[in-house]
Design a protein around this ligand. Structure first.
Ligand code: SF4
Ligand code: SF4
Ligand code: SF4
Length: 268
């Protein structure tokens, strides 16, 4: 459906962490009212509801993803429908009811537990500043196939994570620098680099607000199943230890990451 310019601009000013939801809500309501275009009236009606009946809009959690699935060439395709599986998991934790038990007064949107998935390390959906941020990852592996010394992998790697220390011996990877973006394996014309372990990096406890902090990364790349198990463990811990509706990042600072064992947080 077409948007009037002023309506579009008004929604662009909505805080980013609820913008997509507000946009969708305005579109749905305009559609249901039989409107041909979305106007400022639709936006204003939605804004009133968010301002005065915000608690009705709180669902306890949000899940966002980047637009990698719409054809972004940087996307790492893990072959999983992780967002749907995460939604089922988060819903089962009944986080709205839980937050009611911890927060005095009405719930606001900032009380929601936020999970974000980015389909590559560029992180367009900002996985670094939410309670749990996931980044699709693909480790490169050298193969037995011959390297033609074309240098394409060196050009595509933005991290300077590849070197050829011994002539004729193929690529070596610097795992301290490599962000597992998978681009070198995609670009290698001879197959001397292939796609290896594919899954998700996990960042925990990022937030904005009065004391902003970036999420701390767990060491490793995890399968979809293990990622879901780790998210579940985090939610159980969050509900067991939460004081007055604090954010997961504050809680993690207070309790440490031992509850994640056998997994460990990377040193800051
Ligand atoms: S995070 Fe990566 S895959 Fe997703 S939209 Fe951004 S560049 Fe594309
Ligand atoms: S996966 Fe990405 S970051 Fe890692 S070596 Fe290849 S191009 Fe560089
Ligand atoms: S892109 Fe492949 S063939 Fe070219 S230098 Fe790198 S490893 Fe060798």
């Amino acid at each position: 459906m077409q948007w009037d310019k002023d309506a579009e601009l008004a929604v662009a000013k909505v805080p980013f962490f609820v913008r997509k939801r507000v946009q969708k809500r305005v579109e749905t309501e305009a559609e249901q009212s039989g409107a041909a275009r979305i106007t400022m009236d639709h936006v204003a009606a939605c804004r009133q509801r968010y301002l005065h009946k915000q608690e009705d809009e709180v669902q306890g959690f949000t899940i966002e993803s980047c637009f990698g699935h719409s054809g972004c060439p940087n996307r790492i395709d893990t072959g999983e429908n992780l967002v749907e599986q995460l939604e089922t998991l988060l819903r089962a934790h009944k986080l709205k009811e839980f937050m009611h038990s911890r927060v005095s007064g009405k719930l606001k949107l900032h009380h929601e537990f936020r999970v974000t998935l980015a389909d590559c390390p560029n992180g367009c959906s900002r996985p670094q500043i939410v309670d749990i941020g996931l980044i699709s990852a693909c480790l490169p592996v050298p193969t037995e196939l011959p390297c033609s010394d074309c240098g394409v992998c060196l050009d595509v790697c933005r991290e300077e994570g590849i070197a050829f220390p011994v002539s004729g011996k193929g690529p070596q990877f610097d795992w301290q620098r490599c962000l597992a973006c998978g681009q070198c394996a995609k670009a290698c014309p001879t197959g001397a680099i292939a796609q290896g372990l594919t899954g998700y990096r996990i960042l925990l406890g990022g937030k904005l607000g009065r004391h902003p902090q970036l999420g701390q990364e767990l060491s490793g790349i995890f399968s979809a199943q293990t990622t879901l198990e780790i998210v579940d463990t985090c939610l159980i811990h969050f509900k067991a230890e939460n004081r007055r509706g604090e954010r997961f990042g504050e809680l993690l600072n207070r309790t440490g990451g031992e509850f994640l064992s056998p997994y460990t947080l990377k040193p800051a």
